[in-house]
Design a protein around this ligand. Structure first.
Ligand SMILES: [Zn+2]
Ligand SMILES: [Zn+2]
Length: 555
């Protein structure tokens, strides 16, 4: 069977896919709610890349619901998988638990029920903030409750058929690390079920026999245990990954489940699963396509996922408002890769988002941009919370930087910056202000930080030229006349004109531009000891008139 891409991803892929999901669900299981599926392994920190596994089905399920039809999005936690390795940053003592189900490994922090819960909780919180509505299914719960016993017995009885399918693909490909026991595939000894040892709890087990009639199984374990014959219904264990996945497609009636491009390529788990779901489990392959990777730029030691080297959704939500995170995923087609910036690009991303928001608000956005905006700003359940006064992120970051986070000073400066309609309380600029503060604290390049001088630069002030002296005098004398962003902007650009007996609205000649540049460098040097810095009007508002006079008045 050739794996094609049954979901065309042209045009508006979300609307198109949602339509196909509805039609396909109705054809397969009339009257049932369409099911979109995601699978996440809580074996370590869940990264931003993994979030795409959730966002792609979410956008489709949400579109189904926006069309007024119920749509289900299941999040299948692969928490009955074995612990394969101890992730970087966690004590090596956990190596003892390698081979045990993730829900049987102790919690690394002591606040959670087990290892799996430790990594589920932060993702669960992020999904709630992102308004990604999921129905959680714990594979531990499913397996240990006996929900899959019938499917397991079927797979064991049909092991020769399964083995033949696996073998067919293995001859075409090298051994796949996803295969739980590739050496056994294609041989008579192949069993698609792997017990967790009754003695040591690990899956270092080898099935030595299975009676198709009585469904009794025997196995041995590396720990020395020899178990059985016992009814397989009483044995802990799970199906091999490539068998488990199609079993669940059939069990949950999954209509749509995308996967990372590595899983969706020909000959991968999808290809094998597509055969097994029909041949063994009597189901149909979900509609699917591969989605591309998510990369990041600009790291920080503050990232919770830094031990694993990659940021998590919680890290992204610290510096991006939730609708922005949704937008960063929703604006790309599945086959396009995504790069999330944590460096100074963050300001540009906010500016783009604000520009889009304004275009949508004033009706000038085109249809595709409106659709993407709608998916970012809200779900079928309603809009996401927004910052009531979305001041530019760069301004908030700059003010946070200049004030070293002092809340009273921030409010005073923001009121000066918005003097036409002053901000009444910092709550009006939250959560964006919190994002800016988190960004300054964790991601701003230390070289870009602003350190306001405590004492005047007396050497520089003593060596001022006559023109420089006059310019500083004009500034300190006149800045109080219109103490606002606009007033200060006009004055700062105007001082080199006044010194040349030009009116304030004189056009900027090359000579004037050069004079303005030199003048601004002088101010930066005297105020913060560098040649560049935050926008000068903002900086002046932040410093206040007393401190400006203190730093700019020659002794
Ligand atoms: Zn924990
Ligand atoms: Zn054992």
């Amino acid at each position: 069977m050739e794996v094609s891409c049954p979901v065309a991803v042209a045009d508006d892929w979300v609307v198109r896919t949602a339509g196909e999901v509805r039609a396909e669900a109705e054809r397969r299981h009339p009257g049932e709610v369409p099911t979109c599926a995601s699978g996440i392994s809580p074996s370590g920190p869940v990264h931003l890349g993994n979030l795409r596994e959730l966002m792609v089905p979410h956008l489709v399920a949400d579109e189904v619901r926006k069309q007024g039809v119920p749509g289900r999005h299941i999040l299948s936690w692969d928490d009955y998988d074995r612990l394969r390795r101890v992730p970087a940053g966690f004590p090596e003592s956990f190596a003892e638990h390698i081979g045990r189900p993730l829900t049987a490994v102790p919690d690394p922090c002591g606040r959670h029920e087990n290892w799996a819960e430790h990594f589920k909780e932060p993702l669960r919180e992020s999904l709630a903030r992102l308004a990604v509505l999921v129905t959680e299914i714990s594979q531990t719960q499913m397996y240990t409750s006996g929900a899959y016993t019938g499917q397991i017995i079927t797979a064991m009885r049909r092991r020769a058929d399964i083995s033949a399918v696996l073998a067919r693909y293995q001859t075409k490909r090298n051994a796949d690390p996803d295969d739980d026991d590739p050496r056994n595939a294609g041989t008579r000894a192949y069993y698609p079920f792997k017990p967790y040892c009754a003695v040591c709890g690990r899956d270092d087990t080898t099935v030595t026999g299975f009676d198709d009639e009585t469904t009794q199984i025997t196995y041995t374990c590396a720990c020395g245990a020899q178990v059985g014959p016992v009814p397989i219904a009483e044995v802990a264990g799970k199906l091999a990954w490539k068998v488990d996945w199609p079993m669940r497609w059939a069990y949950e009636h999954v209509t749509f489940e995308p996967a990372g491009v590595d899983h969706a390529s020909p000959g991968s788990s999808f290809t094998v699963g597509g055969e097994l779901v029909t041949e063994i489990f009597g189901g149909e392959m979900p509609l699917h396509f591969g989605y591309s990777f998510v990369g990041t730029t600009g790291g920080s030691s503050k990232m919770s996922g830094s031990a694993g080297g990659a940021p998590t959704p919680a890290d992204a939500l610290e510096i991006f408002e939730a609708p922005l995170v949704r937008w960063l995923y929703a604006r790309r087609r599945p086959e396009q890769s995504i790069t999330l910036a944590f460096d100074q690009e963050v300001g540009r991303v906010y500016d783009e988002w604000d520009a889009l928001s304004r275009k949508v608000a004033d009706g000038t956005a085109d249809a595709p941009a409106r659709a993407v905006y709608g998916r970012a700003a809200g779900t079928a359940e309603g809009p996401l919370p927004v910052t009531p006064r979305p001041l530019p992120f760069r301004t908030l970051a700059s003010v946070t930087d200049i004030t070293a986070g002092d809340q009273a000073q921030i409010l005073r400066i923001l009121q000066d910056l918005t003097n036409q309609d002053p901000v009444a309380s910092l709550d009006e600029v939250r959560p964006r202000l919190d994002c800016a503060q988190a960004w300054v604290a964790g991601y701003m390049d230390p070289a870009d930080r602003t350190q306001v001088r405590r004492e005047p630069d007396t050497d520089r002030l003593a060596g001022l030229s006559e023109e420089e002296r006059c310019a500083l005098k004009l500034l300190t004398e006149r800045m109080g006349d219109d103490w606002s962003l606009n007033g200060l902007t006009t004055l700062l650009y105007g001082i080199p004109k006044l010194l040349r007996d030009l009116p304030l609205d004189a056009p900027r000649t090359p000579e004037l531009k050069a004079a303005q540049r030199t003048w601004f460098i002088l101010l930066y040097q005297l105020l913060i000891g560098k040649d560049t810095g935050p926008r000068l009007p903002t900086l002046l508002l932040a410093l206040g008139q007393d401190q400006i006079r203190h730093l700019l008045t020659p002794g």
